[in-house]
Each structure stands twice: as structure tokens, then as C-alpha cells.
Design a protein around this ligand. Structure first.
Ligand code: FES
Length: 125
């Protein structure tokens, strides 16, 4: 069985499993459904830029047009080019940010619905 890590997207509080053999973007795409735009997946378009807040990873070569050497040293990397070697916490800083914010709004809507359901059950008892 492939070893999986847990990746948390700080912006929306969502998390997803990611195998060591998968890029951080792969799992994010599965999580987002309609929300996450599919970019080049090869480090060329920059849409998937994230700040890694904690955790470790290995990385593929990234376009200097999107990630400078200093940014790379500071953990600002392309999600499609990193592979987790531990659990990760990410903050989205690329073009995906608006989509991730929509995910957060969706999650909040579901939480509200859950709260209403619970209230309904409680009042009906
Ligand atoms: S999807 Fe294009 S750089 Fe990651």
C-alpha cells in the first residue's frame, strides 16, 4: 500500500490525502472538483503556486518565470512540482486562490446545513 500523507490547505481549512508518489496538486484537484483549475501540471504556468507553511517535500524543477530561487528556498513553490515526504500545510498564493476561497465558502455552507439539520433533529425530538 502506498504511504499517504495529509495535506491541509490553510486558506479554506480543507485537507486531503496525498501519496508520496503524487504531486500536491493531484490530491487538491480531486478535492476541488469543479473548483480547482487544471493548469499545465508541469511547473510551467504558475497557477498552482503555494507557500508551504510546514512539512517536508521533494521537488521537481520549476520555471524561474514563476518561482525565483529565493522563493523556492522560502517554500514558495508550485504544487504540481512537489511531492510530500511528511504531512504538509499549504497556503495558496497562485491563480488557484479564488477557487480555494470558493471551496471554503462551500464548506461553510455545508457546515451551516449540518447545523440546521442537527437543530431540526433536536427540536423534533
Ligand atoms: S499546474 Fe502549471 S505550474 Fe503547476
Amino acid at each position: 500500500m502506498a504511504h499517504g500523507y495529509r495535506i491541509v490547505i490553510e486558506d479554506c481549512g480543507r485537507e486531503y490525502p496525498c501519496a508520496a508518489s503524487q504531486s500536491a496538486l493531484r490530491g487538491m484537484e480531486a478535492l476541488g472538483g469543479r473548483g480547482i483549475p487544471v493548469g499545465c501540471r508541469q511547473g510551467g504556468c504558475g497557477v498552482c503556486k503555494v507557500q508551504v507553511l510546514s512539512g517536508t517535500y521533494v521537488k521537481r524543477v520549476m520555471s524561474r518565470a514563476h518561482v525565483s530561487e529565493q522563493e523556492e528556498r522560502e517554500g514558495r513553490v508550485l504544487a504540481c512540482c512537489i511531492y510530500p515526504t511528511s504531512d504538509l500545510r499549504l497556503k495558496v498564493i497562485g491563480g488557484m486562490l479564488r477557487c480555494v476561497e470558493r471551496l471554503a465558502a462551500d464548506a461553510a455552507g455545508h457546515a451551516d446545513a449540518g447545523a440546521r439539520d442537527t437543530a431540526g433533529i433536536a427540536s423534533g425530538a
